[in-house]
Design a protein around this ligand. Structure first.
Ligand code: NAD
Length: 542
């Protein structure tokens, strides 16, 4: 145990590199991209101290160039899930007993490795494997991940500092024990930082973890694992397996030591997992912690007093960065008729200047969507909209999957505010606009609130302070992250703790103390310095 109340370094958000023409970081990133593309990798699972290669190889390719092979990973089956459970349980005691400052040091070291020697590699892996441009990769794989690790260490210390009061003759203490058992981290394709943070946050709090990433993110998951290893995470603390979701669930959710699920992904999958956990509740030694951040149908509403150019910019950035594949992406917007023509012309102008293609060409703002399944799903919505008389295609609408899965940023105008693309999560570069009469602002706020089952992010643009207040109040439950005169994407760790409610998740705010609280089970210790020696209370005197 520590002999000192150690104070962790104060976290500061990682500065974003600019990758301007001629910059050192751009040259390094381009060189790393070339080197990684030229070298096919063979990616094992990491279970305990073993690198496991099953021979069942799955090919990895860039979404923007699907004929190119980046390498293969080895797929596992139920036996590997069981091995991972055994490894996590085997590593549990030693890790839970390790003094907190050593756990903290490992994750601080991981953050500095990403900020320094691994920065270009993790960014390049995210650009190649997930088709992010340099800026999108940098704000995710480098900056947000560094922030997650550094801020979580500080939040851990803050949490440990939450101690009860004590009256004379007693000392009350709180101990934040890791959960009994193991944690299952199930991660999505779209953020490298989320993929790393979901296993890391429970591990930081003393838990051991089985981590199952999306197949389309394994290429950058491998780099994360390298960083974890170099930072000194002991064998068995984070076990990385590549199995089909239900295969993993089949073993994990039947294990009595299953103690928690840390999930980010779609709402349907999360509900399925929750149901399975509920059905198996009698099997478990404790009530598992179920944490899930899920889908969104994020809105922007402009008031008649908003600045049209600010609205257009918020929409273009909010809807189309990373091809709209952010859970927070603007995907439905309510624009008053008095400014629609102006907003539309600014957006069309912006979209005309926006280039689409390979992320290695830094002039491309838009890259490819993640895979063929996503491509088919997104383009089906676009085709249906093209054939619907109540919908106008304002911009985009074209797509080409021959070399990579490219879908043009597409703006639809729907006459019906309940049209499919106003309600369902598309998870691609499609934004639907509903134009309302300016005097119907308040009714439109009700519409925004009631249109979708999700409540992740949303934004209001207005200059009128009464309108801002009205929107803030009426949309109180419509978004877990609410923006005023800003796009609804781009939450920063430590500044805008992130998570939504309703169908969008349990709102445990990734990268905040609230989230860490889910990975511990507090033990209250009361110590009496002078124990009573007589059972009789004074009132018994008569
Ligand atoms: P997804 O739901 O398809 O997959 C997420 C993870 O669940 C993957 O690892 C997948 O393999 C796994 N999975 C799928 N079926 C499973 C099953 N039956 N059992 C166990 N695991 C299973 O999501 P995705 O396409 O990777 O990511 C996009 C989704 O994630 C979108 O809905 C998006 O809104 C959401 N998302 C939400 C947040 C947030 O913070 N709210 C952040 C990022 C992404």
């Amino acid at each position: 145990m520590p002999k000192g109340n150690f104070v962790v370094p104060t976290p500061i958000n990682e500065p974003i590199l600019a990758f301007t023409p001629g910059s050192k970081e751009k040259a390094e990133l381009l060189e790393t991209l070339q080197a990684m593309k030229a070298n096919e990798v063979d990616v094992p699972m990491y279970i305990g101290s073993e690198e496991v290669r099953t021979g069942r190889k799955i090919r990895m390719s860039p979404p923007h160039d699907h004929q190119h092979t980046l390498g293969h990973f080895h797929e596992g089956d139920t036996s590997h899930v069981q091995l991972a459970v055994n490894a996590a349980l085997g590593a549990k005691q030693a890790w839970a007993d390790l003094s907190w400052e050593h756990r903290a040091a490992i994750f601080l070291k991981a953050a500095d490795l990403i900020a320094g020697p691994y920065r270009a590699r993790i960014n390049a892996a995210t650009m190649l494997g997930q088709s992010k441009n340099a800026f999108q990769a940098e704000i995710d794989a480098a900056c947000e991940l560094i922030d997650f690790f550094k801020f979580n260490v500080a939040f851990m210390q803050e949490l440990y500092g939450q101690q009860p009061q004590s009256l004379p003759l007693t000392w009350n203490r709180m101990e934040y024990r890791p959960l009994e058992g193991f944690v299952f981290a199930v991660t999505p394709f779209n953020f490298t930082s989320i993929a790393a943070n979901l296993p890391a946050a429970p591990a930081l709090m003393g838990n051991t973890v089985i981590w199952k990433p999306a197949y389309s993110q394994v290429y950058s998951a491998q780099v994360i694992m390298e960083i974890f290893k170099e930072a000194g995470i002991p064998d068995g603390v984070i076990n990385l397996i590549y199995v089909d979701g239900p295969v993993a669930g089949d073993v994990i959710f039947k294990n009595p030591d299953f103690a928690g699920l840390h999930f980010t992904g779609s709402t349907g999958v999360f509900k399925q997992l929750w149901k399975t956990i509920g059905e198996n509740i009698d099997l478990y030694k404790s009530y598992p912690r179920v944490v899930g951040e899920t889908g969104g149908k994020d809105f922007v509403i402009a008031h008649k007093t908003a600045h049209p150019k600010a609205v257009a910019t918020g929409l273009v950035r909010g809807a189309f960065e990373f091809q709209g594949q952010k859970c927070s992406a603007a995907s439905r917007a309510y624009i008053p008729a008095n400014m629609w023509e102006e907003v539309k012309s600014y957006m069309i102008e912006d979209l005309k200047s926006m280039k689409m293609g390979d992320p290695e060409d830094f002039s491309n703002f838009v890259n490819a969507v993640i895979d063929e399944r996503a491509f088919k799903k997104i383009t089906k919505y676009i085709d249906e909209a093209k054939n619907d008389k109540l919908v106008d295609v304002v911009a985009g609408g074209n797509y080409d999957g021959s070399k990579g899965y490219f879908v043009e940023p597409t703006v639809l105008e729907a006459k019906d505010p309940m049209y499919t693309t106003m309600c369902e999560e598309i998870f691609g570069p499609v934004l639907t606009i509903y134009v309302y009469q300016p005097e119907r602002f308040e009714e439109t706020l009700d519409l925004v609130d009631q249109t979708s089952p999700y409540a992740l992010t949303g934004a209001v643009f207005a200059q009128d302070r009464y309108a801002i207040e009205l929107a803030t109040k009426k949309l109180v439950n419509a978004a877990g992250n609410f923006y005023i005169n800003d796009k609804p994407t781009g939450a920063v760790v430590g500044q805008q703790p992130f998570g939504g409610a309703r169908g969008s998740g349990t709102n445990d705010k990734a990268g905040a103390m609230m989230n860490l609280l889910r990975w511990v089970s507090a033990r209250t210790i009361k110590e009496n310095f002078v124990s009573p020696t007589n059972y009789r209370y004074p009132f018994l005197g008569e």
